[in-house]
Design a protein around this ligand. Structure first.
Ligand SMILES: *Cc1c(COP(=O)(O)O)cnc(C)c1O
Length: 360
């Protein structure tokens, strides 16, 4: 067996130890005689797995008691509709900050459920920078302000949390949740698909302040009503049981490796290695404003785009996969999620040096 260095933007690389444990427990989970996939979601075995996964989210992120942690389905794209259906009702309008492709999609979806105002946009810069907080036009009567904490495609990330006063801040944190410590109490709601830093696709984590529950629009499907899900411990419908189990294993692994402060140090070391190389290279470049560069997703371009395919082929031959950039940005993109080892970035930089020497 040989495993590649997987730079995929998501679903993404997972800790090998987690995959091994899942393989060992596949047929018989801890003497239950069943695979986790075969368990009733209301049986004591799965209820324990579920409760432990919730507790791990709470512990790792320091979630205060007056927040609910929900495990639901629909992904972040589903949440683009589910968030406004649940929160917009308080005033009928919401502010969105547009920092790239994922924000753009959130805005288009939310506009179906209320009045959406774009409070600021990075479009003029080609989404290579986060619009400075001083330029935001916020509506004090908005039901919430929505941001995307890390734009997975464009590679921009908030490194300072914007102050939005008393209006609840909602964040799509799909691609940087659990990558660094954050202060949950500064958010009204956080949502994230699991498949970047926490596990497989299929489960979506929602962390919501309790006072925001209970304002859902009448059209909200029951399975997507946060209050109903909160009252039913995320078991109003059958939850994605196996994905929750793997998420729990990943979070246990994260805790054993020092928690989110250790993840941040590890992620900074990887990103710095790659950005330092890009900054001195005469052949490769990154177009994002320095202060807004993502620690998770690093888009970069070759001087000669005609050699993109050759670069990717050489990477594949060296055991490095999923480096092709998103079609909207072009070039390459290296995603450096928690489970990607430093060795992967060292191997990538060594290959880029070699490629540059051959082609510059
Ligand atoms: C991956 C991603 C999404 C899409 O998530 P789905 O699981 O496909 O719904 C949305 N937002 C961000 C920031 C992402 O990184």
């Amino acid at each position: 067996m040989s495993r590649v260095f997987n730079f995929s933007p998501g679903p993404a690389t997972l800790p090998e130890a987690v995959l091994r444990q899942a393989a060992e427990e596949m047929l018989d989970w801890q003497g239950s005689g069943m695979s986790v996939m075969e368990m009733s979601h209301r049986g004591k075995e799965f209820m324990g797995i579920h409760a432990e996964a919730v507790a791990l989210v709470r512990e790792l992120m320091g979630v205060p008691d007056h927040y609910k942690v929900l495990f639901v389905q629909g992904g972040a794209i589903g949440e683009n509709a589910i968030v406004p259906m649940n929160l917009m009702g308080r005033s009928g309008r919401a502010d969105y900050v547009n920092t790239g492709e994922w924000s753009t999609r959130s805005i288009a979806e939310a506009a179906k459920y209320g009045r959406v105002q774009v409070a600021a946009s990075g479009e003029a810069s080609g989404f290579t920078a986060i619009p400075p907080r001083a330029s935001w036009q916020l509506d004090p009567g908005a039901a919430y302000v929505h941001i995307c904490s890390n734009e997975t495609i464009g590679g921009v990330q908030y490194h300072q949390l914007p102050d939005v006063g008393d209006v609840p801040l909602v964040a799509d944190m799909s691609s940087d949740i659990m990558s660094r410590p954050i202060d949950v109490s500064r958010y009204g709601l956080i949502y994230a698909g699991a498949q970047k830093n926490m596990g497989p696709s299929g489960v979506t984590v929602v962390i919501v302040r309790e006072d925001l529950l209970g304002h859902a629009l009448a059209i909200t499907p029951s399975a997507f009503n946060y209050q109903l899900q909160a009252e039913n411990d995320s078991m109003y419908n059958t939850p994605p049981t196996y994905a929750i189990y793997i998420l729990g294993l990943v979070l246990k692994h994260t805790r054993a490796h020092g928690g989110l402060a250790a993840m941040e140090a590890h992620n900074r070391a990887k990103a710095q290695l790659l950005y330092d190389f890009l900054d001195q290279s005469r052949y490769f470049s990154n177009r994002v404003a320095r202060e807004d560069r993502s620690l998770m997703n690093v888009p970069f371009h070759l001087k000669d785009a005609a050699l993109d395919a050759e670069f990717l082929k050489g990477a594949q031959a060296r055991g490095m996969v999923q480096l092709k950039g998103h079609r909207l940005v072009g070039g390459m993109r290296a995603s450096l999620y928690n489970a990607l080892p430093l060795e992967a970035v060292q191997a990538l930089v060594a290959y880029m040096q070699e490629f540059e020497a051959a082609h510059a």
